[in-house]
Design a protein around this ligand. Structure first.
Ligand code: AMP
Length: 255
């Protein structure tokens, strides 16, 4: 089997260290002037693809994002982390939901023809955790979600994937082309070095319009009616000993 072409879906999200605030009007979260970054699980997916390239198992790593022009910043970060080139599919309005993201990624798979698609197991913005499953279904490809170990088996045209499941590990063999989503323990992503950040500025980043991919206009299926901050936490109380603690918990109906 020749070295693979790997497509990695990368999503731009609010940085994990930012305290997310409800925007005035209560229909979304504040995004203006807020630090954004690559979704951490996408960094892990990308790291796995870059390692495949470094050991000669992958020929090309293409990072793909679906969203607004601002996603170019996430794609430049992916290029600095080792992707060879990047593609932005510009979504016509608002941040795309999993259905739109999966449809756009499926259209790109049709043109790019990768043998492997790697995504994060979830995005930390809305935790919807559906894009990989929807995309595998649209492509009719085998999928392994929450991968914690990936071994390519070129002689079989397959990948052997260990998944973290409730109460243990599951090992699957998937025939390629296939889709994998990355779990936390798959690897530890590298940091982008300054020379690589500079080199990334010269790597190709293609911008495609939604309609140019032959995609129908997105049909929003969900409307956020209201978002509220969690209630502020009340102050704590010190109790002298365990007996008093148990008493207190009984009184407030916790045990
Ligand atoms: P989610 O289904 O939103 O939790 O996202 C799971 C994974 O799907 C992410 O880690 C990305 O790899 C991929 N993904 C989701 N949305 C996008 C997007 N707009 N552009 C590129 N990849 C995406």
């Amino acid at each position: 089997m020749a070295a693979l072409k790997v497509l990695v879906g990368v999503k731009r999200v609010i940085d994990f260290a930012v305290k997310v605030r409800v925007a005035p009007g209560g229909k979304g979260v504040q995004t203006q002037g807020v630090k954004h970054a690559l979704n951490p699980f996408c960094e892990i997916a990308l790291e796995e693809a870059v390692r495949m390239k470094e050991r000669g198992a992958a020929a090309e790593v293409v990072a793909v994002s679906v969203g607004s022009s601002a996603c170019q910043e996430a794609l430049r970060a992916a290029l600095a982390l080792g992707a060879d080139r990047a593609v932005l599919v510009r979504a016509p309005e608002g941040p795309p939901g999993p259905r739109e993201a999966a449809a756009a990624l499926a259209a790109l798979v049709a043109t790019e023809k990768p043998q492997l698609v790697l995504l994060g197991k979830q995005a930390i913005d809305d935790d919807c955790n559906q894009t990989g499953q929807l995309l595998a279904a649209l492509l009719g490809w085998p999928q392994a979600t929450s991968a914690s170990r990936v071994e390519l088996e070129p002689e079989r045209g397959a990948a052997r994937v260990t998944r973290e499941v409730d109460g243990g590990l599951e090992t699957l063999r998937l025939r390629l082309p296939a889709l994998l989503t990355a779990d936390l323990r798959l690897n530890e992503p590298r940091y982008a070095t300054l020379p690589n950040i500079m080199k990334a500025k010269k790597k190709p980043l293609e911008v495609l319009d939604w309609a140019a991919l032959g995609l129908p206009p997105p049909l929003p299926r969900l409307r956020v009616l209201a978002l509220e901050e969690p209630p502020a936490r009340g102050g704590g109380e010190r109790v002298p000993d365990v007996a008093a603690l148990v008493d207190k918990l009984r009184q407030c109906g916790r045990i």
